[in-house]
Write a protein that binds this ligand. Structure first.
Ligand SMILES: [Zn+2]
Length: 195
């Protein structure tokens, strides 16, 4: 059996001095900059300190949401490519993993305190999965509703009814009384079906 790194043929690239030099250079370069790479700041389970794994593009490591897609795929499952070899196996593994994650989440939610549950529900309301445009629209609507509520609560005048309003109400009461009298009169005058 051929070991990894064995040259394919004499004078080939694989295992050559040139390939080893390239590999060594990239490893040394990585070792010189890896301490400068951004680290994940999520609270780790062990002691609540920052996780410190290498962060991905969104500032979290692969265990703490770094692999969660952003944009249109935000928090949606990433399905395997149907044309890939072993796509069916991958799909089944994915479905099982989603089931396991859902069961684990349900267990965690069941153990929440009422405050934790409230916070979680609020987070779920503002962090819906799916396309960015839809989420942006929902966010804009939430903000508009909040600003309208704020405006209404601030600008409600607590003034006494004006003279004009009092006059209108008096007229309305008169009309109602008149109507009630007319109805009563009609009922007493009405001979009815057997009159
Ligand atoms: Zn992390």
């Amino acid at each position: 059996m051929k070991r990894a790194g064995t040259p394919e043929r004499p004078g080939g690239w694989r295992g050559s001095a040139a390939q080893i030099a390239v590999g060594r250079a990239s490893i040394m370069r990585w070792n010189s900059i890896r301490h400068l790479q951004p680290r994940c700041g999520a609270a780790r389970k062990r002691d609540g300190e920052p996780c410190q794994n290498l962060a991905m593009g969104n500032g979290r490591c692969r265990c703490h949401g770094g692999r969660t897609p952003k944009g249109d795929g935000y928090h949606l499952p990433v399905w395997p490519d149907g044309k890939a070899p072993g796509a069916m196996t991958k799909l089944n593994k994915k479905l099982n993993a989603l089931d396991r994650a859902a069961a684990k989440r349900a267990k965690r939610i069941a153990a929440f305190t009422p405050e934790q549950r409230q916070r979680y529900d609020a987070w779920r309301r503002t962090h819906k999965p799916g396309p960015a445009a839809v989420r942006d629209r929902a966010k804009a609507e939430r903000q508009q509703a909040a600003s309208v509520r704020k405006m209404l609560s601030e600008s409600r005048p607590e003034t006494a009814p004006s003279d004009e309003q009092a006059e209108l109400e008096r007229l309305l009461a008169d009309r109602k009384a008149e109507l009630a009298r007319a109805i009563a009169k009609k009922q007493t005058n009405d001979p009815g079906a057997f009159g």
